[in-house]
Ligand binder design. Structure first.
Ligand code: PHB
Length: 357
């Protein structure tokens, strides 16, 4: 089934091998997407869908040097190069829109203090232009500021559509801002944005509804990672959280829900995916440690509708063909993951012709 088409919301996907959003930090200090990025994505256009990397909806919401943005007209023009190249190559591409919250750092944002649901810093160090530094204590967003955050996602969606994307994916995973509201390990607020599950979902659902108004429900997706502990995120009842999110998305008939796992084979991950499957009737994407065999099994068993591959796409631009033909996958060069130029980014070859049967 991996190589069979799928109707995902408004999008017709030719196969079910999807490319994950992968931060590669090639946008430089301007945060504007460029021709090199266009080449990179176009090389991978045979994916059922490309989910472009986490992209800043707020000009002061940077957590990593070289990330792209979608907060200005100049950003739109940059991304237009990418969407045109992907479409010319026969592909489909949605943009993952994102706010890092307390995972940002003032040195990456002209001195602006990171914001969050509360005032607890992430334990650990962040890469900044001045080297590794401790994460900063965030400023607690006031209730009346949250409509402004929603507005940033709304405008991000509007601009993504103006840039020619086929839709957006809201980044609700990995301990970034939306996740900092979703999970009770960090959200210590009172109503309306804390103090109970429904209130912890409020920011997420307001963002989703704004995105739906801009793009249409069938072009909006969401990524969550309920069991991933990145950036010190925990929840006391992830199953209840996923059930509530899945039900809310089902009512809204959004285009997709992506569950980002650490290891899809782990029993807890399987159980949480089953909860999502039970309560969300739309397209369910799973991501996390799949190979061709486990991906096919997940589809055959009805656990997912399509599988999202991250790392394997880095060094295998023609991953779909390689999986189909069962040839070896190339390894990527870890030192070239972030920043820099074409090396380790657009210079991974298609498999040699001799290997193509
Ligand atoms: C992530 O979603 O894991 C992510 C997002 C933005 C980054 C790096 C990682 O800069």
């Amino acid at each position: 089934m991996l190589f069979e088409p799928l109707q995902m919301g408004a999008l017709r996907l030719p196969n079910r091998v999807l490319m994950a959003p992968l931060t590669r930090a090639r946008a430089g200090r301007t945060h504007i997407a460029n021709a090199l990025m266009a080449e990179h994505y176009a090389q991978r256009a045979s994916a059922g869908l490309l989910i472009a990397e986490a992209t800043m909806v707020a000009a002061d919401g940077c957590a990593f040097t070289g990330e792209p943005g979608i907060y200005s007209e100049a950003c739109v023009a940059g991304w237009r190069l990418v969407t045109d190249a992907v479409h010319a190559a026969g592909g489909r591409i949605v943009l993952q829109i994102w706010h890092p919250g307390r995972a940002a750092h003032s040195s990456l944002n002209d001195g602006v203090q990171p914001v969050s649901s509360g005032e607890v810093a992430i334990q650990g160090l962040i890469n900044t232009p001045a080297g590794k530094q401790p994460y900063e204590v965030p400023r607690r967003l006031r209730d009346e500021e949250l409509p402004g955050i929603v507005e940033q996602f709304r405008l991000g969606t509007r601009r993504a559509m103006a840039a020619g994307f086929d839709g957006v994916q809201i980044h609700g995973a990995h301990g970034y801002l939306i996740d900092q509201f979703l999970r009770d390990g960090v959200n210590d607020r009172q109503p309306p944005y804390g103090g109970g599950l429904a209130n912890r979902l409020r920011l997420l659902l307001d963002v989703i509804d704004a995105a739906i108004e801009e793009a249409g429900a069938d072009r909006v997706g969401l990524r969550i990672s309920p069991l991933v502990g990145a950036h010190d995120l925990r929840d006391s009842d992830p199953e209840a959280l996923v059930r509530a999110i899945a039900c809310a998305l089902d009512v809204r008939s959004i285009g997709h829900l992506e569950l980002r796992h650490g290891d899809q084979a782990a029993p807890a991950e399987r159980a949480i995916a089953a909860v999502a499957r039970q309560h969300f009737r739309g397209t369910l994407l799973l991501n996390g440690g799949f190979d061709a065999v486990s991906a096919e099994a997940a589809l055959q068993e009805g656990r997912a509708d399509a599988i999202v591959f991250g790392r394997a796409f880095i060094a295998n631009p023609d991953l779909v063909d390689r999986l189909r033909e069962g040839v070896f996958l190339a390894d990527y060069e870890p030192s070239r993951l972030y920043g820099g130029g074409a090396e380790g980014y657009t210079d991974y070859p298609l498999r040699p012709l001799a290997e193509a049967v």
